[in-house]
Design a binder for this molecule. Sequence first.
Ligand code: SF4
Length: 306
Amino acid sequence: MNGHIFGPVPSRRLGRSLGIDMVPFKTCTYDCVYCQLGHTTCKTTDRKEWTPLEGVLAELEEHLPTTADYVTLSGSGEPTLHSRIGEAIDRIKGMTDVPVAVLTNGSLLWQAELRRELAGADLVIPSLDAGSPSTFEQVNCPHEDISFERLLDGLATFRGEFRGPYWLEVFLITGVTTSNAEVERLVRCVDRIGPDRVQLNTVTRPPAELGLAPVSRDLLDRLAGRFHPPAEVIAAHHDGWEETGSAGGQREVLDLLRRRPCTLDDVAHGLGMHRNEVVKHLESLAVAEQVRFTCIEGRWYYVAIR
Ligand code: SF4
């Protein structure tokens, strides 16, 4: 089955990123309140060959050579749930000189075997969204196997072992993780982990839960200085960056939404695009105030602003 490769899509951190979906849609260890893909339908810690690796690599072959800056294992769920991720990294590196990045929520890094499998990656970007167990439960809604201490221990142990660049993403939500006390706890956790870079993000895409408020650029800039090393702000506030994306695809999405409101899946199926590519376009259009999202009877619809 095809549909595991998407892009290259523009990424603030990675330039042009050729994405690889390693697990089925919304198969994840978390059910984050801010997830732009909606609620997790398969919450699990089972590491197995969720998608046949041979098929994924055969599909990748069709996209090579590529002008992408990174081949990125990420997608619509948690990529480290794939039991052959280490082999995937090694074989991709044998197929292309483009560096391989892994975007992960970091929740399984307490497993020594997984840490060994990720050793061959050129860049790993785990995330940490909370400074305390209660906030972790509130924001990430983790699988019961994953405690906050287990998460932190995995993130810190991996830092000690991984020789490549390690960037830690911290996702902040107004009123949830922006209090002085919570930020202080987050700073202490980040100190314990010791990443090469800290990157602050906030809600810019349609979140799973209603009513989540983004953190303003101004506040993110101020909070950035409290981290060590000082954090970079990677949230997509309206700064014109997104216009460097694939204008053709974005125009098609906007044209469709001008005809009728659509869900993420409607757009993906209607235009034959990967969901993650659609999310990128919707994010750009939302930042440019050309679309908004609205919840009708429990479903998210995207609507063009005329
Ligand atoms: S944001 Fe990432 S880690 Fe959180 S539920 Fe969505 S896919 Fe999983």
